[in-house]
Design a protein around this ligand. Structure first.
Ligand code: SF4
Length: 471
């Protein structure tokens, strides 16, 4: 065993990996020890990735209507979640969506489709999309996430220029049957192996907070290490209404941070991404998490909305990090205020980005409030600005009424928090709940369960809608 996290980090840097028991001990760090744990994980992060953050952008090529029964997923056929449902975007539509993310600073575009796995014809649609995207943006990495792969499909994707393939293990083998019955854990491992064999960079990660034990969580992290995953997205369960895991709230911001630190200790030199649900579960600890992870998704997720992309970039800059591939100080000028903006446009990468004065950035971020899940999002003031940029795809299912109901829930939660603002005696329970303070949320005996039930906000913009995306 180790004396403290700093000593363990030194040992890892010297080449001795952590053991499962040590990982479990790290996971059980008490809250007063959390900053020491983060500092030690940050040492490993800086050693391999400096102060850069890789920005990834999701394009959901096909949404919903999946016959599989993954218990966490809003896209399963009988989920009662009123998500967007649409069939395949055309290559032109997909490239148009991807370009929003690229202009936002993304160096990797993740092309995702719902379903058990693609037909060969669908793989052909994806290869045409990738070829079109690479023609316009040869330096952008493309990751495909299409489900279980059959013989020859990984090779077709690789031949078209796909760089990586994502297929998450999601959870421990010992827990898998309790979250899915239509395919197996081994099916998932096999697909990652097929991708590796075809020369694709393996991307495989987790969804935490699915009623797994801490031991199972550690089991899953070591499985990812042994699988050789180059990048490890860590999703935090967004318990959509209408899914079997609705109402599952197992995570606190502190617990999320400890999980990320454990992943960093076990996979010190891998790209670790804070993924869907970070806004909802890490909440005000997101900037601290940047010292542990080195990657995130910009903007929205597959079926839910993330915080404003402007807020993501501001968070990165404010915490002293730079966007990978964007040169130094990537988005800082966007947040220096009107005077700085007038003094010279902020540019990033190819110089395509326009400057946004601080006022509008803060305005849209404030409008979005706390966020949500599989991915997640803000609504309100930021949307009209996005719409003005144009370039929407055809809406397939735009039942915005349900979205309004959903976003209305969250807006009401924010209103409640704001209207019961801090008093002289301390933070209000509602605001404390949103901010993750120990004052507000109800906790269970092991102090890891925080019952802050924020609804994921269903995505109503970007791919599959007539509204420009959050990027
Ligand atoms: S995770 Fe994928 S395979 Fe499982 S239900 Fe959702 S879309 Fe289908």
């Amino acid at each position: 065993m180790f004396k403290n996290p700093a000593e363990l980090a030194e040992r890892v840097l010297a080449g001795t990996p952590v053991t499962p028991d040590e990982a479990l001990e790290l996971l059980h760090t008490d809250d007063p020890g959390m900053l020491d744990l983060v500092a030690a994980a940050a040492r490993l992060r800086r050693e391999h990735f400096g102060m850069t953050v890789k920005v990834n952008y999701l394009v959901n090529l096909k949404s919903g209507l999946c016959a599989e029964d993954c218990g966490y997923c809003s896209q399963r056929l009988n989920a009662g979640t009123d998500i967007l449902k649409y069939s395949w975007l055309s290559p032109e539509q997909a490239v148009e969506q991807a370009e929003y993310g690229i202009k936002g600073g993304a160096s990797r575009v993740c092309l995702v489709a719902s379903g058990r796995g693609p037909s060969n014809r669908e793989v052909g649609t994806v290869t045409r999309t990738v070829e079109a995207l690479k023609e316009q943006h040869p330096d952008v990495e493309v990751c495909a996430c299409l489900g279980l792969l059959k013989d020859g499909q990984a090779e077709s994707l690789s031949g078209a220029g796909v760089d990586a393939y994502n297929h998450n293990l999601n959870t421990a083998e010992s827990h898998y049957e309790s979250i899915c019955s239509t395919h197996t854990y081994q099916d998932r491992v096999d697909t990652v192996e097929r991708a590796k064999d075809a020369g694709l960079s393996p991307c495989s990660g987790l969804i935490v907070g699915m009623r797994e034990t801490d031991e199972q969580l550690v089991e899953a992290v070591f499985a990812l290490r042994d699988l050789g995953s180059d990048s490890v997205p860590v999703n935090f369960l967004m318990p959509f209404e209408g899914t079997p895991l609705a109402g599952t709230w197992q995570l606190s911001p502190q617990k999320c941070l400890k999980i990320l630190a454990v992943v960093r200790f076990v996979c010190p030199d891998k790209e670790i991404r804070m993924a869907g649900g970070r806004e909802m579960h890490l909440r005000s600890l997101q900037p601290l998490a940047l010292h542990v992870v080195n990657s995130l998704f910009l903007g929205d997720y597959l079926t839910s909305e993330g915080q404003a992309a402007e807020a993501d970039l501001a968070m990165i800059a404010d915490a002293g990090f730079t966007v990978l591939g964007a040169g130094p100080d990537p988005s800082r000028d966007r947040h220096l205020g009107p005077a700085a903006a007038q003094g010279g446009g902020a540019e990033q990468g190819s110089g395509e980005r326009t400057t946004t004065p601080c006022g509008s950035v803060c305005g849209s971020a404030a409008g979005s409030g706390a966020a949500s899940g599989d991915g997640s999002e803000p609504e309100g003031a930021s949307v009209p600005a996005d719409v003005s940029r144009g370039g929407p795809v055809e809406a397939v299912d735009s039942s915005r009424e349900a979205g309004s109901r959903n976003t209305g829930d969250r807006a009401r939660a924010r209103d409640t928090a704001a209207s019961s603002a801090p008093t002289g005696t301390g933070m209000s329970p509602a605001l404390a709940a949103l901010l993750g303070s120990g004052d507000g949320p109800e906790r269970d005996e092991d102090d890891t369960r925080v019952r802050v039930e924020l609804s994921p906000t269903v995505r109503r913009r970007g791919a599959g809608t007539s509204v420009a995306p959050n990027a």
